[in-house]
Structure formats: structure tokens, C-alpha cells
Design a protein around this ligand. Structure first.
Ligand SMILES: Nc1ncnc2c1ncn2[C@@H]1O[C@H](COP(=O)(O)OP(=O)(O)OP(=O)(O)O)[C@@H](O)[C@H]1O
Ligand SMILES: [Mg+2]
Length: 272
């Protein structure tokens, strides 16, 4: 496999010579990001910083959340602006180069292949002999995927498909994981398991940008919340403030919801 375009730290994350970067140091810095689909100016100068503490991005349908994810990961071209991963510009790189640089992406709708088994999906992205995430660790994290390893992608339940989509992203050993509406269509118990998994990943130092429609999930996963309105970040706030502010919920999300934090026991972390 080719060397990553953006240098990645090797070896242990923490040592006396290489202290762990502060949790608030920027991992991803988006500034003035513009995206157009023809005449339609969908992202209009997005400014957003993701650090090592999880960040949730919420907003009504059609506001540009998925477009932002696709622009970060190079799947749609930026018309202007900048996206930097640990200070290195990503705009202009190809999607596979951005993935290789350390951004794992779980797109909206999950997109697993009917003709590939679970194991084949995982083998497609697993690095041979590399450190970090391996198929063995993935099966420890998601035992039900191991049980279904010979099943085709679309024979899986919605929750299993989501686990497979997360697994594929983790096998790239991402520094930043971007997930676009992962709770969509999942049963509450599966959502709880997913939240536990996300807490564990955050503890392991994986930065997380979570796009959510479900306010309960967003506020359970992250302390910081950004709200997107017609292609810009209209407000950055905290989960606690948003949960107690029905007027803001109504103003930006069109609903005022009784938000219940979903507190979950942490899912078992994979052994290292
Ligand atoms: N490929 C495309 N070509 C043209 N317009 C598009 C394309 N993809 C999205 N759009 C438009 O861009 C706007 C933003 O869409 P986007 O999918 O980013 O919103 P979203 O916030 O993710 O919505 P949702 O919550 O429904 O997933 C919408 O008006 C959508 O119709
Ligand atoms: Mg979307």
C-alpha cells in the first residue's frame, strides 16, 4: 500500500517525547467552504472545527449536512474554501487519498453490497499486517458480525449493516470518523449499543463528526453541537444548553422535542 499523503504518527500515541495532543487541538479545520450543484449554492462558507472531543452536527432536511460530509471526503468538489486535517489541506485531493490520510466515512444509508459477504467487505479494506484495527478486533467489537461473517451485505439487519459500515471505516485506522445519520432506521436497543461504541472510540482518541437528526443521540454522544441552516453553521452550542432551550430547538430544527439523554453502558473495547 502507498504511503499516506499526510504524515501519520507511528507508534504509541503518548510518550514523554510525544505528549498526547490536547483534546481541544484542531483535528479538522473547515473554513469558508463553498459547494455548488450547478446554480444551487448548497454550502455557503462553512466554518467548523472538529477536535478530539466528539462534535454533533444537526439541522433540518436539505440543509447541506451530507453535502458537507461529501465535500470533506472529496466526493463532491469544493467550489472554494479550505478543509485541513492536522494542518494539511484536503481540498483538491481524491476521495481515496483523503481516506488514506485518516478520515473514515460512514455515509448516510450505509451502502453495503448484496454480493459481498461480511468478511469480504472487511477484507477489501483491511491493511495486511498493519497495526491498529484488524478484522479480529472488529469481531471482538461486534460479535454479531462474526456470527454473520458469511452472510451477504443485504441479508443483515439494519443494525448489522450499520456495524459493518462502521467496521469498514475503522479498518482504515481513522484519526477522524465522520458518520452521517447512523441511527436512521435503527431499533432503540441497537442505537444504544452504537452510542456505547462511539463513546469507546472517542476514549481511544478517534475524533468524531456525527451528523444526526435524532437530538437524543446527538446530545448523548457529544458535548458540543453545531447547527446547520441553509449551508452555513448557524449556531454552535452545548448539548446541555440545547436540551434545555426549546425556543432554539424550534427556531433551528422546527420542533421542540423532549430530549432524553441516552446513557449507555460502554460497549466492550477491543483488546489491543
Ligand atoms: N447531487 C446533487 N445535485 C443537486 N442537488 C443536490 C445534490 N445532492 C444534494 N442536493 C441538494 O442540496 C441540498 C442539501 O442536501 P443534503 O443532502 O446535503 O442535505 P442534508 O442536510 O444532508 O439533508 P437530510 O437531512 O435530508 O439528509 C438539498 O437542497 C438537496 O436537494
Ligand atoms: Mg443528509
Amino acid at each position: 500500500m502507498a504511503e499516506p499523503l499526510i504524515p501519520r504518527p507511528d507508534g504509541p500515541a503518548e510518550s514523554a517525547d510525544h505528549p498526547e495532543p490536547a483534546a481541544t487541538a484542531p483535528v479538522l479545520e473547515i473554513s469558508g467552504l463553498d459547494v455548488r450543484y450547478g446554480q444551487s449554492h448548497v454550502l455557503q462558507g462553512v466554518d467548523l472545527i472538529v477536535n478530539r472531543r466528539p462534535l454533533s452536527l444537526i439541522g433540518r432536511n436539505g440543509m447541506g449536512k451530507s453535502t458537507l460530509c461529501n465535500a470533506i471526503t472529496g466526493l463532491v468538489p469544493a467550489f472554494g474554501g479550505s478543509v485541513k486535517l492536522h494542518g494539511h489541506e484536503l481540498v483538491g485531493l481524491k476521495p481515496h487519498e483523503i481516506a488514506r490520510s485518516g478520515i473514515g466515512y460512514v455515509p448516510q444509508g450505509r451502502r453495503v453490497f448484496a454480493s459481498l459477504s461480511v468478511e469480504e467487505h472487511l477484507r477489501m479494506v483491511a491493511r495486511r499486517g498493519g497495526g491498529g484495527w484488524t478484522i479480529k478486533k472488529i469481531y471482538e467489537l461486534f460479535p454479531s458480525l462474526q456470527a454473520r461473517r458469511r452472510n451477504g451485505g443485504t441479508q443483515l439487519s439494519g443494525g448489522e449493516q450499520q456495524m459493518l459500515a462502521i467496521a469498514r471505516a475503522l479498518l482504515l485506522n481513522p484519526r477522524l470518523l465522520i458518520m452521517d445519520e447512523p441511527s436512521e432506521g435503527l431499533a432503540p436497543i441497537v442505537v444504544e449499543h452504537m452510542i456505547g461504541t462511539l463513546h469507546n472510540l472517542a476514549r481511544e482518541g478517534v475524533a468524531l463528526l456525527l451528523v444526526e437528526q435524532n437530538l437524543g443521540v446527538a446530545t448523548s454522544v457529544s458535548e458540543r453541537i453545531a447547527i446547520m441552516v441553509t449551508g452555513t453553521i448557524a449556531l454552535e452550542t452545548t448539548s446541555a444548553e440545547l436540551a434545555s432551550d426549546e425556543a432554539t430547538q424550534r427556531r433551528y430544527l422546527g420542533v421542540s422535542t423532549h430530549i432524553e439523554r441516552i446513557d449507555t453502558p460502554a460497549a466492550p473495547a477491543p483488546s489491543t
